[in-house]
Design a protein around this ligand. Structure first.
Ligand code: NCD
Length: 322
């Protein structure tokens, strides 16, 4: 997919569709901007007027609670107006094409689409076909990418571990169907992580996994050795077209994160999960709720990261292009 589509003539973010092709400097700018917004979201008055007068449309063709609500909160904390389109009851379900839906929203002079879609490439398609003044943010497309999730994860890691270049990170579980894992791997490699490991049964790894610049392992005890950051993933059953596992309890026995397996990582390792978590399937409750878990911090950081990205893509449009 065309990563150049994301940047304007000044190299600033016009759309945010994928981590692929973005520089370390740009990813760091997003993290620094989000850090400045994190302060605001902790104050009694949580609003800044940066996007006053802008209209942002949440176009969620697939269910989501955490991602949609944090985008909505982020937009309102930037003083933008937000439209939530309920696709289940919208004209798209009456046969209107995606492009006709987009044209109608454009006719209402909106400024941004935040897109979640079950088909890989949907956000790129909308970015390619929208009016030139519109910015598009990918809130998760099929198995391809979930770049805002990856960036909120990077912010959480940086807050706890500071320097990416010393970090060994393990991503565990259903890598094959995970758009989150793909975006996290790209972000970690761009930010210079020392090592990215994926730990999963063979059936839950994509073909040519090594081309993503990771080490693939199948055993938790071995894989967790010396690890600083553990990222657990949900079994994406809605994307499995055939039986890839004997059973959930068998999966938990081998790959579920318990206190005992956690003890194989570094003692100060942090435990992450993009949510929704399935207790007793990929993670034990004592770990999910334990002192090493930063899962709710990830949710908090979701608002600041989305504020940062929305303000960066909409502010570039007010700068004159040479
Ligand atoms: C992820 C997603 O939707 O891709 N969740 C999220 O955005 N918080 C991961 C998942 O659904 O397991």
């Amino acid at each position: 997919m065309n990563s150049a589509l994301q940047l304007n003539a000044h190299g600033k973010l016009k759309h945010f569709l994928s981590i692929e092709g973005l520089s370390k400097a740009l990813l760091t700018e997003i993290l620094d901007t989000a850090e400045s917004f994190a302060g605001i979201t902790g104050q009694a008055v949580k609003k800044v007027p940066l996007l006053r007068g802008k209209t942002i449309v949440n176009l969620f063709f697939e269910n989501s609670t955490r991602t949609r609500t944090t985008f909505e909160l982020a937009a309102s904390r930037l003083s933008a107006d937000v439209l939530n389109i309920n696709i289940a009851t919208s004209a798209t379900s009456k046969g209107e094409s995606l492009l006709d839906t987009i044209r109608n929203l454009e006719a209402m002079h909106v400024d941004m689409f935040v897109v979640r879609h079950a088909i890989s490439g949907a956000a790129h398609f909308i970015a390619q076909h929208s009016a030139p003044h519109i910015s598009v943010i990918n809130a998760g497309d099929g198995q391809h990418a979930h770049p805002t999730q990856a960036m909120l994860d990077m912010l959480t890691i940086r807050q706890h571990k500071k320097d990416f270049t010393r970090l060994k990170v393990a991503i565990i579980g259903d890598i094959r169907h995970s758009r989150v894992a793909r975006s996290q791997i790209q972000a970690l490699n761009t930010l210079g992580a020392q090592e990215v490991r994926v730990i999963a049964p063979k059936t839950l790894l994509p073909a040519q996994i090594e081309s993503l610049d990771v080490t693939a392992l199948h055993d938790m005890e071995q894989g967790l050795k010396d690890i600083d950051v553990i990222i657990m993933l949900r079994l994406q059953k809605e994307r499995m077209t055939s039986a890839l596992l004997p059973s959930e309890s068998e999966f938990f026995k081998c790959y579920g994160l318990t206190q005992k397996k956690l003890a194989c990582a570094k003692p100060d390792a942090i435990v992450m999960h993009p949510g929704p978590i399935n207790r007793g399937v990929e993670i034990d409750s004592t770990v999910a709720d334990g002192p090493q878990s930063v899962i709710l911090r990830q949710v908090t950081n979701g608002v600041a990261i989305r504020m940062a990205i929305m303000s960066m893509v909409l502010q570039q449009s007010t700068e004159p292009v040479a």
